[in-house]
Write a protein that binds this ligand. Structure first.
Ligand code: NI
Length: 248
């Protein structure tokens, strides 16, 4: 099985080697800024079961340096860098730099287009703008990481070659809206993720998340869709391999 989105960085873990080598989960580690993008490169070069995406996360656009784009472009040909991410729009804490966020988002999408890479999108309180911009990039393969918007929007997105990343939030008691999305959207459009170290699923909510906890997300999806755990693993793994062109 594949954790399609996690941040296994030194900032959060002192036992990265153990987390990775003791797990049977493949992982796609997502960079958010220069420092983490460089850590992604290190990890994918070191561990067979680790793939990576690199990009500038919307909350990090104000910390961009002259080197940020160069780091991404210099490493895009690494066969284990399977996408550009996480990128997108986040108006939750700060929407004073919307225009800058949109400009960087488009720049990242352009790099992905040019290099035929999948994109991993972070969108928070900005789903309409995210949708409008993605409409200009119809050929891209997209993963909407930690999907948190409505079922109606989800239905629009899946018309556009989009996979929805489903993580620990789906196991939370107050996740009614996301449960509805998981129930109604075909399994062919879902991939699993943990967003480690964040968003630990029940029964570990509130602790530091790790890719192994992906199993609880799969169990919950099986329960919601009334299918077997094995089917969830098999189909979502297939979806992830397809969406990221993974060589597994
Ligand atoms: Ni993330």
């Amino acid at each position: 099985m594949i954790d399609t989105h996690c941040h296994i960085f030194k900032e959060y873990y002192s036992n990265i080697d153990e987390i990775i080598t003791s797990s049977d989960v493949y992982m796609i580690v997502a960079g958010v800024d220069d420092k983490s993008n460089l850590e992604v490169i290190e990890l994918v070069n070191k561990y067979d079961k680790v793939y990576g995406v690199i990009g500038i996360q919307p909350e990090e656009v104000s910390n961009m340096t002259n080197n940020s784009i160069k780091i991404i472009e210099d490493n895009i040909d690494n066969p284990k860098i399977v996408g550009i991410g996480e990128i997108g729009l986040d108006y939750h804490w700060d929407d004073s730099n919307k225009e800058k966020q949109k400009e960087v988002f488009r720049k990242m999408l352009d790099i992905a287009s040019k290099n035929n890479k999948t994109v991993v999108i972070h969108s928070r309180d900005a789903i309409k703008d995210t949708y409008d911009i993605l409409k200009d990039y119809k050929n891209l393969k997209v993963v909407l990481h930690c999907y948190s918007s409505s079922l109606d929007m989800a239905k629009e997105f899946i018309k556009m070659n989009v996979m929805l990343g489903i993580g620990g939030v789906v196991t939370f008691k107050n996740s009614k809206k996301l449960v509805e999305v998981v129930k109604d959207i075909p399994i062919d459009n879902l991939v699993l993720e943990t967003d480690s170290p964040y968003l630990s699923p029940e029964p570990y909510r509130g602790t530091t998340n790790i890719p192994n906890n992906i199993k609880f997300v799969a169990q919950k999806i099986a329960q919601i869709k009334n299918i077997s755990y094995e089917e969830v693993i098999e189909k979502t793994t297939k979806n992830a391999i397809k969406q990221f062109d993974l060589n597994i």
